[in-house]
Design a protein around this ligand. Structure first.
Ligand code: RIB
Length: 335
């Protein structure tokens, strides 16, 4: 591959001068510019290669921003990203947004500062327009979270249908009074999982008691507190669909603290299939996301953008799976 340095060598000028001639910026003597253009022609230096080399900062580093580093779900996605990054000579810089939109947005400046060649966001809470504009100048890929109606390259599962599947599993076990501990509704996956829950209930002619839908924070603590709230109702739910595993585990802990047995008295389904889901007591029934594959796919897409290759499409929806373990039981009395 012909590089900018080859052009510079042949024209006997610096690479900065070659860049200035190509981009038509700065002052370059007429004779020097002619020498550079002649070298470009002789070496058949391609315009798209020129554009790429000008735009790339060539740090061989990519930035990944996660919404919450304490959620082990994201470590599995990171493994996938890093495996492809390393294979291709890139190192990964990690940013933890700490569930804070301003912190998330502030990480974007790293691209402008030329400290990374591209960005993978596992969180989509920054203003959509800001990110779309950024993607005109820098390689950007979204994974796990996404924006509605965007052309930004995205890798995720279909959270609505996954949530429907989780809820329908509880319905298949004859539960009717099903509660939902949702994720934050200002986060797209929180909203979509809540939507899937409502769709499944409606599809099976089951009404949703508004007091049985509570908004959590994707944290163990919020799952615990909201389950305590459900348990204080005159007629508590017989089953819970939680928007992620951490909240599901918090709900189980709350139930246990009140002497409510899982799954005998209460069925619980989570979402994510984090490592602890299978170790937890009882082992959690949950929706498994293809975390490693999502990470790998996101990094492959980012590499294509960095290398100016065309993407066959922009939206990639990977398959999820319901993993049935021991936290749910068929309802034997009329619930
Ligand atoms: O960001 C919190 C949640 O979103 C995670 O638990 C995982 O479900 C992700 O999609």
């Amino acid at each position: 591959m012909v590089r900018i340095a080859d052009v510079a060598r042949m024209a006997n000028v610096s690479t900065a001068t070659v860049s200035r001639v190509i981009s038509n910026t700065g002052t370059v003597k007429k004779e020097t510019a002619e020498k550079v253009l002649e070298a470009i022609k002789k070496l058949n230096y391609q315009p798209n290669m020129l554009a790429r080399q000008l735009r790339r900062s060539e740090t061989e580093t990519i930035l990944v921003v996660v919404p919450d580093i304490t959620n082990t779900f994201f470590s599995a996605v990171l493994r996938g990203i890093e495996s492809v990054a390393i294979e291709n000579g890139y190192q990964v810089l990690l940013g933890d947004a700490r569930n804070n939109v301003d912190t998330e947005t502030s990480y974007l400046t790293i691209l402008g500062q030329k400290k990374a060649d591209g960005l993978i966001l596992l969180t989509a809470r920054t203003d959509q327009k800001i990110l779309e504009e950024l993607s005109h100048d820098y390689p950007v890929v979204l994974a796990c979270e996404y924006y509605e109606g965007t052309q930004l390259p995205t890798v995720s599962i279909d959270n609505v249908s996954s949530a429907r599947k989780a809820t329908e599993y509880l319905i298949s076990l004859k539960h009717k009074r099903i509660g939902h501990i949702s994720g934050p509704l200002n986060v797209v996956v929180g909203r979509d999982r809540c939507k899937g829950f409502h769709q499944a209930m409606a599809k099976h002619g089951l009404s949703v008691d508004p007091s049985l839908v509570q908004e959590g924070e994707f944290s163990f603590e919020s799952g615990f507190n909201l389950m305590m709230k459900f348990l204080s109702l005159e007629e508590p739910p017989t089953a819970i669909f939680a928007g992620n595993d951490e909240m599901a585990m918090g709900a189980v802990k709350a139930a246990k603290s009140k002497g409510v047995r899982v799954p005998e008295d209460l069925s619980v389904v989570g979402f994510d299939d984090i490592k602890f889901a299978s170790i937890f007591e009882p082992a959690l029934t949950t929706i498994a996301q293809p975390t490693f594959d999502m990470g790998q796919k996101a990094m492959h897409l980012l590499l294509k953008i960095i290398n100016d290759e065309e993407l066959e499409k922009n939206q990639f929806i990977l398959s999820d799976k319901l993993i049935v373990r021991n936290s749910c039981k068929e309802l034997t009395i009329d619930g």
